[in-house]
Structure formats: structure tokens, C-alpha cells
Design a protein around this ligand. Structure first.
Ligand code: S3P
Length: 443
């Protein structure tokens, strides 16, 4: 067990009532884009320079994995990383299993990439990652010719046997998952023929955008995206925008607390990620999108959110994949809204870093809110948040969502098990407290 896991239960956030958010700030870099910048930078010919890289535990796990595969990576230093790419055939066998911590994105994407290497690799994760389903990538990768062993439950560790010859397939994904899509496209870089993935609903498309940014041909036709294993990646500059998934906590915090007015700078607003803006807008949040632009093939904007009167809504199912990581924060918005909010079609939330439906329902109930879990969603009646003690179950996004709930609560909210906030949002406590959240940490 790693030291971060040992200390996990001992860090708690304590939030005193009466705070509000007033600030202009930039949250850390996008996690999904940071992972991909390391992966493609390592596989490229030549140098890749990344700015705005997220120095969180998840993305550092990906970075360390490539160092263990012989890639020379300088940094990170204040979000700058320089990668000396080794080319698609240049990775070397690691000396020991690769530990990927809490990071499902690292495990699933790298499983696809490593399926096409000439050597064996074992991937391991922390307690949470070791319970997450990997059959969704291992099964289609096996159809391509990969040889991967998981536990009988289809969970990590993954033992990936090298030296297999992969063939392209056309795969219709049963779940809308960018991780599965990206894993297969990465395997497709090493396969004969075309590898095509068909999405049941649009999912984040950072892999496709970044492949093209590195000069690798990608074909998209409607819901189908294809790569061929004949291309080359060329090192480039990647500017990582601020993560909309991290900005979401401040968006919700500002919307639910009287007198708040927050400006979030340089946030990535890729249309496959903006479900949170759409859902909060439908709930009546005062949101303005300002200063739009494009960096590294990704749209960015400043997002202003002010204190708002929120209404409960039925969340349209087509928005679920576009806001998949923002539901813990959105459930807090629903708890502060007038009336009922109903979410359906979101069973995926049960297999994230925690069972986010159960963990959020339990916590909101402890804070005096009626929150009824359903197999594929939740029904929340808006009401008056009380103080109390809640548990994040080691889930970074649940921890930060509950911390923001403290802005609207009548009494102190204590959130247990918060160490994993560092996986996606290093410096959350300082940034949130600087913006006006009355938060401190114990343990
Ligand atoms: C991610 C995709 C999403 C998301 C995860 C990051 C990615 O998972 O929840 O935090 O970077 O591809 P799924 O694609 O499995 O929904």
C-alpha cells in the first residue's frame, strides 16, 4: 500500500458557515488533456513542450509510467513539462509493475497502448482503482488480438502480454466512454488496418483533437472515429486549459451562496465537456461566458457565475456524458434549489472513483436533504442544508462538492477522507479559502 493511501482517512476538511465566493482565479490544468499530452508527447518523434500541465497525482502517475518506460521527461515545474519523444516504437520494458494510484484514465488508456508493445507490463492501482471495471477495455482489446489478464472480477491488476499482433476492429461501445474510445484508438496506432469506435453518445474528444495536433490522421464520420496504424506523431507545443471539472466546484459554490461573484479564467469549454454549464443554466444559474478563444485546438473562455436562485429540473439524459464528472457538484446545486431534481441514465456514476450516487446521497442526507438514490440516478428535493459530518469515501470530487455545500449550510460541515483531492486539484484548499470559502484542514 502506498503512503497516500495510509494517510487517506486522516485528512478532513472543516467548512464554517457564512462564506461566499468573490474572486478572479484560474483553476489547475485539465486532467484529461494533461494525461494525453504526456502519452502523445512520449510517443512522438522530437520534443513536446507542455504548459499548464496538471501537477496532480493522477497525471503524475502517467508521467512516472513513461519515465519507467525509458522516456526522458523534464519537469514538471510550474506546469511546464518537456518530453523527449521516443517515437511509437521507442518504449522500453519497465523493470517492475507500474503503479497508477487512483487513476482510471491512466489504467484504461495505457492498457490500450501497452497491448501493442513487444514486452510484458503489469498495471496496478490503489484500493479504489483495484475495484473498477476493466472488462470494458480488455474485452474489445482482446478482439483486436491483445492478451490481457485481469482478476476473475475483471478488475486490476492487469497483466499485459507483449508481442501480440493487433488487428483493427470496428467496435460499437455499449457505454459512452471516452476512456474506452481512447484505449482502442491507442491500440489502433499499433494495429493492422483501421480501428474504428462507434459512440452511443458523444464523449470527450481530446484524444482525437490531440492526435491531429501531433499530425496523426484521424477520420470521423458521425458517431464513428477511426485511426490507421501507419502514421507518425510529431512533437509539438501543448497548452493545457484550466479544467472545467475543477471549475465546476466554484461555479456551483458561487451559484448557491449569497453575494458571490466569481470569474474563472481560461477554462476549457470543449463542447463535449460543457454539460455542467448547460445544466446549471437550466436550473437558473447566472452564468456568463466571456473572452472566448482557442488554445492548442481546444476552445477556452472566462466563466462568470453569480449567486443565483436555482430551480430543480429533470436533467436530460443526453447531457449525462457531457457532465459525467460534475454530478457530485451538481447534486449540491440540486440540494440548494427550489423543488425536485431528477437524474436518470447515469449508472456510470456508480463505477467512478467511488459509487458517486450512493456517496453523495448518504452525505446530503446527513446534511438534512432528501436525496433518494435510484439504480441509474438520484432524486433530490431542494431544502435547507444543515451542518454535519460527511464522508467522501476517498473520492476527490465528492470531497470538493461537500466542501462547497458548506457555503450554504447553517452550521459547520466536516468532510472526512479528503487526501485524494490532490489527485485532480492540488491547492484546492488554498484557492477556495482565498476565494472566500471558510475552510481549513485537519489531520
Ligand atoms: C476521462 C473520461 C471519463 C471521465 C474521467 C476522465 C478521460 O470517463 O469520467 O474522469 O480522460 O477520458 P469515461 O470515459 O469512462 O466516462
Amino acid at each position: 500500500m502506498q503512503s497516500a493511501e495510509l494517510s487517506q482517512d486522516s485528512i478532513a476538511f472543516v467548512v464554517e458557515p457564512g462564506g461566499s465566493l468573490a474572486a478572479q482565479l484560474r483553476v489547475p490544468g485539465d486532467k484529461s488533456i494533461s494525461h494525453r499530452a504526456i502519452i502523445f508527447g512520449a510517443l512522438a518523434e522530437g520534443i513536446t513542450e507542455i504548459t499548464g500541465f496538471l501537477e496532480g497525482e493522477d497525471t503524475l502517475a502517467t508521467l512516472q509510467a513513461f519515465r519507467a518506460l525509458g522516456v526522458n521527461i523534464e519537469g514538471p515545474e510550474e506546469g511546464r513539462v518537456k518530453i523527449h519523444g521516443v517515437g511509437l516504437q521507442g518504449l522500453q520494458a519497465p523493470e517492475k509493475p507500474l503503479y497508477l494510484g487512483n487513476s482510471g484514465t491512466s489504467m484504461r488508456l495505457l492498457a490500450g497502448l501497452f497491448a501493442g508493445q513487444p514486452f510484458d507490463i503489469t498495471l496496478v492501482g490503489d484500493r479504489s482503482l483495484s475495484c473498477r471495471p476493466m472488462g470494458r477495455v480488455c474485452d474489445p482489446l482482446a478482439q483486436m488480438g491483445a492478451l490481457i489478464e485481469a482478476t476473475a472480477q475483471g478488475t486490476p491488476p492487469l497483466h499485459i502480454h507483449g508481442g501480440q499482433s493487433l488487428q483493427g476492429i470496428e467496435y460499437a461501445m455499449p457505454v459512452a466512454s471516452a476512456q474506452v474510445k481512447s484505449s482502442l484508438l491507442l491500440a489502433g496506432l499499433y494495429a493492422t488496418g483501421s480501428t474504428c469506435v462507434i459512440e452511443p453518445a458523444p464523449t470527450r474528444d481530446h484524444t482525437e483533437r490531440m492526435l491531429m495536433g501531433f499530425g496523426y490522421p484521424v477520420e470521423r464520420e458521425g458517431a464513428k472515429v477511426c485511426v490507421k496504424g501507419t502514421g507518425v506523431l510529431r512533437g509539438t507545443a501543448v497548452e493545457v486549459p484550466a479544467d472545467i471539472s475543477s471549475a465546476a466546484f466554484f461555479m456551483v459554490g458561487a451559484a448557491i451562496s449569497q453575494g458571490s461573484d466569481i470569474l474563472l479564467e481560461h477554462v476549457g469549454i470543449n463542447p463535449t465537456r460543457t454539460g455542467v454549464i448547460e445544466i446549471l443554466g437550466r436550473m437558473g444559474a447566472q452564468i456568463e461566458i466571456e473572452e472566448t478563444g482557442v488554445v492548442g485546438g481546444e476552445p477556452v473562455a472566462a466563466i462568470r457565475v453569480r449567486a443565483s436562485r436555482l430551480q430543480g429540473i429533470n436533467i436530460p439524459e443526453e447531457l449525462v456524458p457531457l457532465a459525467i464528472d460534475e454530478f457530485p457538484a451538481l447534486f449540491v446545486a440540486a440540494a440548494c434549489a427550489e423543488g425536485e431534481t431528477v437524474l436518470t441514465g447515469a449508472e456510470e456514476l456508480r463505477v467512478k472513483e467511488s459509487d458517486r450516487i450512493q456517496v453523495m446521497a448518504d452525505g446530503l442526507q446527513r446534511l438534512g436533504i432528501s436525496a433518494q438514490p435510484t439504480p441509474d440516478g438520484i432524486i433530490i428535493q431542494g431544502g435547507a442544508l444543515q451542518g454535519g459530518e460527511v464522508h467522501s469515501h476517498g473520492d476527490h470530487r465528492c470531497a470538493m462538492a461537500f466542501a462547497m455545500a458548506g457555503l450554504a449550510a447553517k452550521d459547520t460541515v466536516t468532510v472526512h477522507d479528503c487526501a485524494n483531492v490532490a489527485t485532480s486539484f492540488p491547492g484546492f484548499l488554498e484557492l477556495a479559502s482565498g476565494a472566500g470559502l471558510k475552510i481549513h484542514c485537519t489531520g
